[in-house]
Ligand binder design. Structure first.
Ligand SMILES: C[S@@+](CC[C@H](N)C(=O)[O-])C[C@H]1O[C@@H](n2cnc3c(N)ncnc32)[C@H](O)[C@@H]1O
Length: 225
């Protein structure tokens, strides 16, 4: 079980997911798994539009109140951290660290408002990579943002490979964004080995450029079938 103290809850919006994963309007009609969905508002906003998303994350073992308190504890630290390192980011869609805070908080508030209902509807499922509690190809598409590659400093190459293979077991297609690490902003040291291991296991793998770049250099997703 994870401790909430070790989690940095930080969630992105529907618009950001569309760009990070290059999702087309047809793809929004698919049966989607948001793996490591955390406090993102993708599920809430998709549900409002009548689309089907299940999110999974170990953080869903906690109540809305517990997640909300953790967001309050970490929010200013994250915004201050970004203010201290402005050159690591592309200030195009988001103009300033304060605006970043507002945009992220708006997304997380949408998540918090939807969370109790989503738990009842089994749209938020407590589970963690590399083992998912879903049957083979239950989903058309699995998305995973800001966990794999982002936390390359604490997650092994093997963890990356098993997690992607597991997501591909439960979904026909997998997309992972970004492929740079959180702290250095460099391409993940695991990326090349992960790609070769997946190819050697018979998967089709591509690195695709996307129209989203907030973390400098973070404008590619890994696409696996
Ligand atoms: C930075 S958040 C990203 C949230 C969302 N995907 C986004 O991009 O806005 C990373 C999430 O990964 C979750 N996480 C940590 N370990 C995990 C694991 N083993 N399997 C699935 N999710 C995990 C955390 O609880 C956290 O919510």
């Amino acid at each position: 079980m994870i401790e909430l103290e070790n989690v940095v809850p930080w969630g992105r919006s529907f618009d950001e997911y569309i760009k990070m994963f290059d999702l087309t309007s047809d793809e929004l009609k698919l049966n989607i798994l948001d793996c490591a969905g955390g406090p993102s508002s993708f599920n809430a906003e998709m549900t409002q539009k009548g689309c089907k998303v299940v999110s999974c994350d170990p953080i869903y073992q906690f109540t809305a109140q517990e997640i909300h308190s953790r967001i309050q504890q970490t929010y200013s630290k994250i915004v201050e951290g970004v203010k201290a390192t402005p050159l690591k980011f592309v200030w195009r869609d988001i103009a300033s660290p304060n605006e970043l805070g507002e945009v992220r908080m708006a997304a997380m508030n949408k998540f918090l408002a939807d969370y109790p209902q989503g738990i009842l509807q089994k749209r938020y499922i407590k589970s963690q990579l590399p083992n998912l509690p879903f049957s083979d190809t239950k989903f058309d598409l699995a998305l995973c943002a800001h966990l794999l590659f982002t936390y390359s400093n604490i997650l092994s190459t093997e963890f990356h490979v098993s997690s992607i293979v597991e997501m591909r077991r439960v979904a026909s297609e997998v997309r992972v964004f970004p492929v740079v690490t959180q702290f250095s902003g460099e391409t993940s040291p695991h990326l090349d080995t992960v790609i070769s291991k997946l190819i050697s296991q018979g998967f089709q793998v591509e690195l695709r450029k996307v129209d989203y770049e907030f973390q400098k250099g973070g404008n590619e997703m890994l696409w696996v079938r």
